[in-house]
Ligand binder design. Structure first.
Ligand code: F6R
Length: 624
């Protein structure tokens, strides 16, 4: 959701900014732009409504070779329609101060009214533009607009005006700014919206996430809320909004920039589907044996004693990560541990009602999802301990949680989450195994068996993905349908929800996931002759009931595709089957979701949808 790039150095500023924007495209956006300043204080501002490729073409002939600093942005519309005028960067009246912004300035209407009364002319409908005009006022108040000062002398003034501007803003923001009169300094600030600085040699970078500049440097500094950075070619200084200088440590990112490239696949989504065995393997590696021991203590300070002490677990997350939470709930309940799961945006008064001793488990691929962060803050305020499961090192969630369990999936670029989900499931199975063993719910021998079964999952994932050609054929056969139903029970019910979500996201058709037993309480009425119904029915204790529910749906005309294993195939009567390798019942969600991801992918492909950048969606949802 919106992306920021910033660059200062002697390389090709425009190329670096645009390449960075291309790498942030996965976050979701509808318009984009850059602004660069050349050595003669001339500012070039270019924006388009649409894709970064169009921006790239637009700047191809620009005479901006001498630019040494600039900012770029991909915008996901909140205030004002997607259009060139509303695209960032935005400028003040003089066209000298340039700002890009992620987040929402909550008091922008008040500020805009005052600025307009003071004579400022606005060119967009955005909340962001107030920042540029505020800066103009602050600079004027510092008496520099007319003065013929040298650029170096202007730096402290630029900095002070920026600080004063920040003091007037309410809401969430990541901001990066350049001032044409002062091209040797880029300013950046963060409040509730991620921003990261990349440290190079004789050049430095700003971005909303590291993938924008990983190609150039892996050494990064994450800004915290209330911090700003003064970024020069030869170094970066950090301050609080109050102006106090702070020391910050850099971290080295282990991801390789090639991990964020398509590697021969047609889409990132397909590549990421095929990276799932590795994602699970990497997430489990070295963390399983012995279960219930001190492994989690060494990694994140969660001792066996602490695991014994919690009275219940409360999972919170959004979207696909919420579906992982539902699997987590079922798994912990299977081990006799009380657990609940809530969508983070609906976790309102419940935060205060949690029993003392509840462990909140917040799951987020990005670690930046506003709804999840808000729910975590509420839970912490109520006294709960928070464990987060995330894929993103240094993300906001990791800094707010008491315990951090990383999934090791590598960067997920496709907007529709696939491998991050499998990584989340792997982390949940890992956590549940440790909890169950620590609390005596698994004997030594059972714990070993559990770990061994879990370690077999990556190979079974690979085996399942070999079914891709037949899944593609089934998907193509149904691709003209405007409605899809997904049903299952117990641990696989969240997988039915996930199957429906995947197809909605990338094919824009109506799909519903339902607990199979609930169908006859209402939804069965919508079944019509030929309606595709995907029934997730692996062997296990719910199989007979599932087989009955499939019969009920068929009797109303549903055309059933059954996701089965060799044994359950004998029980479920469907018109088509996708047969998976057999796995212990408890672990089946890590396999049953795979054909549904591929099914959604191939329906979208047949419909010629923009699979990696689905309409209206953003990868990292940083507004509530
Ligand atoms: C679905 C999808 C979203 C995310 C949700 C939470 O494919 O990607 O539903 O799962 O927005 O995002 P994170 O995990 O980053 O908190």
């Amino acid at each position: 959701m919106c992306g920021i790039t910033g660059y200062i150095g002697e390389n090709k500023t425009t190329d670096i900014l645009i390449d960075g924007l291309k790498r942030l495209e996965y976050r979701g956006y509808d318009s984009c732009g850059i602004a660069v300043v050349d050595g003669k204080n001339k500012l070039y501002l270019r924006r388009v409504s649409g894709r970064v490729d169009a921006l790239d073409k637009l700047v191809a002939g620009d005479p901006v070779k001498g630019a040494q600093s600039g900012v770029g942005h991909t915008r996901w519309a909140t205030h004002g329609a997607p259009s060139e005028d509303n695209a960032h960067p935005h400028t003040d009246c003089a066209g000298e101060v340039v700002v890009v912004h992620n987040g929402i300035i909550e008091n922008y209407l008040d500020l805009k009214e005052k600025l307009q009364a003071g004579g400022h002319k606005f060119k967009s409908e955005t909340d962001t533009e107030v920042i540029a005009h505020l800066m103009e006022d602050k600079l004027k108040a510092l008496h520099v607009q007319a003065a013929a000062m040298r650029a170096e002398m202007l730096e402290p003034v630029f900095f002070e005006a920026f600080r004063r501007t920040l003091a007037d803003l309410k809401g969430s923001f990541a901001i990066s700014m350049v001032w044409a009169r002062c091209p040797g300094l880029l300013l950046a600030a963060r409040m509730h919206s991620p921003l990261v600085i990349g440290l190079g040699k004789g050049e430095n970078f700003i971005a909303s996430d590291v993938s924008a500049f990983l190609k150039h440097t892996k050494k990064v500094v994450f800004l915290n809320d209330g911090e700003l950075a003064a970024v020069r070619m030869d170094g970066v200084d950090y301050y609080t909004f109050a102006g106090k200088k702070t020391a910050k440590d850099s971290v080295t990112i282990q991801w390789d920039s090639t991990m964020a490239e398509k590697g021969g696949y047609k889409h990132f989504m397909l590549k990421e589907i095929h990276e799932q065995a590795e994602a699970v393997e990497n997430t489990l590696r070295g963390r399983l044996l012995p279960l219930g021991g001190e492994i989690l203590k060494a990694e994140m300070g969660l001792s066996a004693e602490a695991m014994k002490g919690f009275s219940s677990l409360q999972f919170i997350a959004c979207g696909t990560a919420y579906h992982a939470c539902l699997v987590g709930r079922g798994l912990f309940e299977n081990f006799g541990l009380v657990a609940s799961a809530d969508v983070a945006s609906e976790f309102t008064d419940r935060a205060k009602l949690m029993a003392r001793g509840t462990l909140v488990v917040a799951i987020s691929q990005s670690g930046e999802t506003a709804d999840t962060l808000f729910a975590v803050r509420e839970a912490k305020a109520g006294g709960a301990k928070v464990l987060c499961i995330t894929n993103t090192v240094g993300s906001t969630l990791t800094r707010e949680a008491d315990y951090v369990l990383y999934t090791h999936c590598g960067p997920e670029i496709g907007v529709a989450s696939t491998k991050a989900f499998l990584g989340q499931l792997a982390a949940i199975y890992l956590l549940a195994g440790h909890f169950a063993a620590a609390r005596g719910r698994l004997s030594g021998a059972e714990a070993r068996r559990y770990a061994e079964d879990l370690l077999k999952i990556p190979r079974l994932i690979e085996e399942t993905l070999e079914k891709e050609p037949e899944i593609a054929k089934i998907a193509e056969a149904f691709s003209a349908s405007e409605h899809f139903l997904f049903i299952s029970r117990h641990l696989n019910y969240p997988i039915a929800l996930e199957g429906a979500l995947k197809i909605k996201e990338i094919s824009y058709v109506h799909a519903e996931g339902y607990p199979a037993g609930e169908m006859k309480h209402g939804p069965i009425a919508i079944i019509y002759k030929g309606m595709p119904l995907l029934a997730v029915a692996p062997s296990g204790r719910t199989l007979d009931l599932m087989a009955g529910n499939v019969e009920e749906a068929k009797a109303r005309g549903a055309d059933v595709v059954a996701i089965v294993d060799a044994a359950s195939r004998k029980t479920v009567k469907a018109s088509r089957y996708i047969t998976l390798p057999e796995a212990p019942e408890l672990f089946t969600p890590m396999l049953t979701v795979l054909p549904l991801q591929l099914f959604a992918y191939y329906v979208a492909l047949a419909k010629k949808c923009d699979i990696d950048k689905p309409r209206n969606l953003a990868k990292s949802v940083t507004v509530r």
